[in-house]
Design a protein around this ligand. Structure first.
Ligand code: PRP
Length: 224
């Protein structure tokens, strides 16, 4: 049995064509079903529906053989586990769910001036590790405030000077009168594979990886 961990929403939708290329059709729709283990047309393949931030955990500790997760989630996960994702093989950038992580502030906040002055900034984010590394690399002192969602609110109510959050279309920033002042990194989703599963179930996993790379017109990655 091959178990694939996916999160609902954009990653799930954009993964379906890749699974299809590997001959895998998911038989349930996670948006309408309450099931957390979804059958596929292949008796030997099943899909787990997990929270996006839990995908690396399921794969790293063997609850799933493979999964698809954003680079943002992977970086935060590695930091939670002491700077490493031991046991996780990352063969492919799937080029899906593309967006970026940026710094944004209220339109009336002079971010460049505050940085030049060496001001200590209050930054709200759920990407604490990414934000810490970014501001440390710029030599900007920050107090990080961990939030779990609706980051855009924080500067509007005086909780923070800036936010670090995902930006895709920019609509959420615009709707809340915020402007993007720094682009920290581009984000896309990665295929991750449990190293032990790769040893034990090499052939079916190799088949899925090579079907994905064919569908993406990327060269098949060498397997460890
Ligand atoms: C993300 C992010 C922004 C929004 C950006 O939230 O946190 O709020 O998308 O997208 P846009 O630039 O296209 O407006 P998401 O909807 O993924 O929910 P979240 O609050 O759980 O992160």
């Amino acid at each position: 049995m091959i178990t694939i961990a996916l999160s609902k929403g954009r990653i799930f939708e954009e993964t379906l064509p890749l699974l299809q290329a590997a001959g895998i059709t998911v038989l349930d729709d996670p948006e309408t079903s309450r099931k957390l283990i979804l059958d596929t047309n292949q008796p030997g393949v099943r899909v787990l529906v997990v929270r996006a931030t839990d995908v690396p955990t399921y794969v790293q500790f063997g609850g799933a053989d493979m999964g698809i997760t954003g680079k943002d989630t992977l970086l935060e996960h590695a930091s939670d586990w002491g700077g490493g994702s031991a046991g996780l093989f990352q063969p492919l950038d799937l080029q899906i769910a593309k967006c970026r992580i940026s710094v944004a502030v209220r339109a009336d906040f002079d971010y460049a001036h505050a940085v030049r002055q060496g001001a200590r900034l209050r930054v709200a984010t759920k990407y604490v590790a990414i934000a810490r590394d970014f501001f440390a690399s710029k030599g900007v002192h920050v107090d990080l405030i961990k939030l779990y969602g609706s980051m855009e609110l924080a500067p509007l109510v005086g909780l923070a000077d800036a936010i670090v959050d995902l930006v895709s279309t920019g609509n959420t920033l615009r709707a809340n009168n915020l402007i993007e002042v720094e682009r920290i990194m581009d984000i896309s989703s990665r295929l991750i594979v449990n190293q032990a599963a790769l040893k034990l179930k090499r052939e079916p996993i190799r088949h899925i990886i090579s079907a994905f790379s064919d569908a993406l017109a990327q060269p098949a990655p060498p397997l460890p």
